[in-house]
Design a protein around this ligand. Structure first.
Ligand code: NOJ
Length: 548
């Protein structure tokens, strides 16, 4: 038996795919994607090699923040369908061997949630303490997460006659997690969706769920994980935690690994863009090597883009300016003074070599890969849509009207697809699925290689010497074997003079895609020719290996 085949930690080697139901596939022709449409597209995701679907909020909501403003944690936005449709999605995904996780957005509710309506109506409301109220704005109030939309985190509520806390938009009052009744209610919500069949949660805004200054700051996160694990042993929590390196380990629960199962590597993400801008992998290497050591009970999630801005908040001002200059030269492509509103391909001027190199990194760096819908076909953003919504356009299925995402009139769509080079007539899934040279086929191959190489999710990372500062070479080793990956951050071809500690002339390096074998010399050296912005994967095979 292989020790790494512990299925209760399936997420260590998951390929996670995030989508928003409303932007994916509309089956009832009202212009809004729905759960039935998604069910019909699960086979597409299975063919890509996705092993875990992450559904962005689909709950009942006034939709002032893309569904992250929930007015009923048990409800489903009726434009998307009903619980029967949801169960069909889960069942179909499970049938294809795919898990399903859903967004858990419990730092705040919508101001339309019945709890908040009740809370603001009277100081005697049974829900008053579900939220955080003050008579005066505290002197030490932090800045709002959306500084260009909100002045601060306290908003005066006429009805309540008090200020309430909102770390995000003012229509998103923060829940009071110090209140045991709130904890109980959220436990019921979590228990409900687990019983409906989900396999875990992407937990929104995690740093706001802890209680800085409390005797046990992380108590709630630990309780939540404990509860979820008791209800469903294999269920996971993937947390949105954009904090400095020295704070990250505590969100995993340290070596006890009893809080989040996974965290997005926001620092690795930001430093990857700096590395791309400089055509030098050093910032990314530093980021990977500065990760706190985690146990097998925790995992990093690697990603290139998500549904928000590409935040660069953990870079220095000079570093951020470098990335802005390279990838968002126009002010209109930036947001909140800290992020970029574009998708990856337009940032890289559509250079297919560079785009592929980025996805190869996402699938080979230690951790588990996460893709945002449309990345597998190289979708662009719609630059005419301001802010974060530029990257939330409908999935481009074909060159048909509305990119095949809906048969409704264009004006009824949730958002207009981009026009020009990134329009559906040039970028669509239907054409790419059939084309062995497409980005879709490339990503599908990466997913298959990742699946065959569990050491990327489980093993040890080691940087290798190449003699060329522009080439990042690393090895992932574990009981399942050794994967070696090379990435050339520079536009020109090169020859990487690789040194493989521990290997000698009895070993060979086998190209994971073509099967070409490279001999290793007695000192573990081998030369690999690389294209500009090239990416190569190898298996390192020793004399005792029985791997295929
Ligand atoms: C983080 C989500 O990713 C973002 O889209 C949302 O606006 C905020 N949390 C508030 O829920």
């Amino acid at each position: 038996m292989r020790v790494t085949d512990t299925s209760d930690r399936w997420w260590r080697t998951a390929f996670i795919y995030n989508l928003n139901v409303k932007s994916f596939m509309d089956w009832d022709d009202d212009g809004v994607g729905d759960l039935e449409g998604l069910s019909h597209r699960i086979d597409y995701l299975a063919a890509l090699g996705v092993t875990c679907l992450w559904l962005a909020p689909f709950y009942t909501s006034p939709n002032k923040d893309n569904g992250y403003d929930v007015s009923d944690f048990y409800g489903i936005d009726d434009r998307y369908g009903h619980h029967g449709d949801f169960v069909e999605v889960v069942r179909t995904a499970h049938d294809r061997g795919m898990r399903v996780i859903v967004d858990l957005v419990v730092n705040h509710t919508s101001d339309q949630h019945p709890w908040f309506r009740s809370a603001r109506s009277s100081p005697d409301s049974p829900h008053r303490d579900f939220y955080v109220w003050r008579d005066e704005i505290p002197a030490d109030a932090p800045a709002n997460v959306f500084p260009d939309a909100e002045d601060g985190v306290w908003f005066w509520d006429e009805k309540a006659g008090a200020y309430y806390e909102h770390n995000f938009y003012r229509h998103q009052p923060d829940l009071n997690f110090a209140n045991p009744e709130v904890r109980e209610e959220i436990a019921k919500v979590v228990g409900f969706w687990l019983e409906v069949g989900v396999d875990g949660f992407r937990v929104d805004a995690v740093p706001y769920l802890i209680e800085p200054g409390a005797a046990d700051e992380h108590e709630y996160l630990r309780l939540l994980r404990g509860y979820i694990s008791r209800r469903k042993g294999e269920a996971m929590m993937l947390g949105e935690v954009n904090v400095p390196r020295d704070e990250q380990l505590s969100f995993f629960g340290g070596s006890d690994a009893d809080e989040l199962s996974m965290q997005f590597d926001f620092i690795g993400n930001q430093r990857m863009y700096l590395a791309l801008a400089r055509q030098d992998p050093a910032p990314l290497v530093d980021a990977i090597e500065s990760r706190p050591a985690i146990t097998t009970g925790s995992q990093w999630a690697n990603f290139a883009r998500n549904h928000d801005e590409l935040t660069l908040d953990q870079l220095s001002d000079d570093e951020r300016d470098e990335v802005f200059a390279a990838f968002a030269p126009e002010e209109s492509q930036r947001i909140h003074g800290r992020g970029i509103t574009r998708r990856l391909p337009p940032m890289l001027d559509g250079d297919p070599r560079r785009i592929r190199m980025v996805y190869s990194l996402i699938f080979t760096l230690p951790g588990a890969p996460v893709l945002y819908y449309g990345e597998e076909i190289g979708m662009g953003d719609n630059a005419d849509i301001p802010g974060r919504s530029a990257v939330r356009t409908p999935m481009q299925w074909s060159d048909a009207e509305n990119g095949g995402s809906s048969r409704a009139a264009r004006r009824r769509l949730v958002a207009e697809p981009p026009s020009g080079a990134y329009g559906p007539e040039h970028v669509n899934a239907s054409a790419q699925v059939k084309d062995p040279d497409s980005l879709f086929s490339y990503v599908r191959e990466l997913a298959a290689l990742y699946r065959r190489s569990p050491e990327i999710g489980w093993g040890d990372y080691e940087r290798l010497e190449t003699g060329d500062a522009a080439v990042l070479a690393h090895r992932m080793s574990g009981s399942t074997g050794q994967t070696v990956a090379l990435h050339n951050f520079a536009p020109g071809p090169t020859v990487a003079e690789l040194t493989l500690p521990g290997a000698d002339e009895d070993w060979r390096l086998v190209d994971a895609r073509s099967g070409t074998t490279h001999a290793v010399d007695a000192k573990g050296r081998v030369s690999i020719r690389m294209d500009g912005y090239g990416a190569e994967w190898f298996r390192l095979i020793g004399p005792d290996s029985r791997r295929l």
